[in-house]
Structure formats: C-alpha cells, structure tokens
Design a binder for this molecule. Sequence first.
Ligand SMILES: C[S@@+](CC[C@H](N)C(=O)[O-])C[C@H]1O[C@@H](n2cnc3c(N)ncnc32)[C@H](O)[C@@H]1O
Length: 213
Amino acid sequence: MTERIAQLFARLRPAKVFADIGCDHGYIALRAAESGLAETVYITDISEKCLEKAEKLLQPYIAAGRVKSVVCDGFSRIAEQVDEAMIAGMGGEEIVKILSAAAQKPERLVLQPMKNAPALRKYLVSAGYRIAEDVTFRDGKFYDVVVAERGEDRLTEEELFFGRTNLAERPQAFLDKIKGELTAVDGYLAVPMKEDSRAALAERREKLKEILR
Ligand SMILES: C[S@@+](CC[C@H](N)C(=O)[O-])C[C@H]1O[C@@H](n2cnc3c(N)ncnc32)[C@H](O)[C@@H]1O
C-alpha cells in the first residue's frame, strides 16, 4: 500500500454505506472491505475498463454481496443513501461536478483533489459542509486531503487558499510545498512578462512569504 492510500484510508470512519467514487484499481475499497469499515462498499468508475480492475481485486467480497460494483458517472447509479464517500485522484473541479450532481449528499466526504483545491473548498462550504480537516501530506509528490462533514462553515481567504489544518498546525509537508512554490514563483519573476501577470505573481509571493514567517 502506498503512503497516499494509507493517508486516505486513515481518514475514513465506520459507515453503513461507503462509496469509493472513481475507484480505478480499487485499493481503497479493498482496505474498506477487509477491515469491515462499512456494511456495504460501493465501487464505481465512469470507465468500465478501470472498474474491471477493482472487480478483479474485490471478487470475493462482490461474491459475498458486501461490495457492489457500478459503472457510472459519480453517484448517478447508486440506488441507496451513501453515508461516506471517497473521491480521490481527480481535479477539484471534477469532484465539484460529481458532488453537485449527487441527488443525496453523503454525510461525510474524504476528498483528494489533484488540483484546484480552493474551488473545491469553496463549493463544499456553499453546499452545506463543514471542513473537518484539510491538510497536505507527501508521498513523493504533495497531496491535499480534505475531510468534510455535513454542517455549516465559513472559510477565511487564507483557509480557502491553503487549507485550514495546514494553517493551524503547519505540518512539514505543507511548509515544504510552500517553500517549493516560492522558489518557482521567484523563477517566474526573473523573466520578462506582462505587468499584470507580474503583479499577480508578486502578490502570490507575498502570501507565500507570509506563511513562512
Ligand atoms: C487517477 S484515477 C484515481 C483512482 C483512485 N481514486 C485513487 O485515488 O487512486 C481517477 C479515476 O476516476 C475515474 N473518474 C473520472 N471521472 C469520473 C466520474 N465523473 N465518475 C466516476 N469516475 C470517474 C477515472 O475513470 C479514473 O479511474
């Protein structure tokens, strides 16, 4: 199991119905089934070919009726209420699309956007979720994991950009990511560019520097 899968799995909580949306290989669902995390585990993927990999891996659990496999876009063909869902390894905008289209929203979400995390955070709060954890970890690359539960919340601009838990706890992976971004921004600023692009980058640089102060 990779560090990324371990980090994601560690954030799941026992649920009646758990769904791994866009499961691909099915490693997270396998851990969920093996550990008895949920009474029912759904594996879904928009790609039949991807889902076949998970079906192979989870065959004994599917045969026992504990894992249900559905080819579909997001939650669209899951017939029962999902209590907890994992949506990992997709862009933040794609995750927003999937959640927006869900007829019934899960009580708890564990999300790992590959990019556009601020757009996802903004959507979650507008859709009636509270951000319970929002932190960067490292497994070769840097990843963000956002845990959201039904409830009310408000995010500051900094929380929207950087993640609440990162700001409160300043984990090393987050600080390393910010340092890397600062180096990249310094590199961009060293070459000629339009004035408005330079101003936007300079503003970003100030924000990054503030985090490291
Ligand atoms: C990069 S893989 C991530 C797999 C796994 N969730 C992980 O984090 O390791 C993304 C998967 O999401 C699936 N996917 C993309 N858009 C989807 C959607 N709208 N509904 C269901 N699955 C989707 C893709 O087919 C692909 O298998």
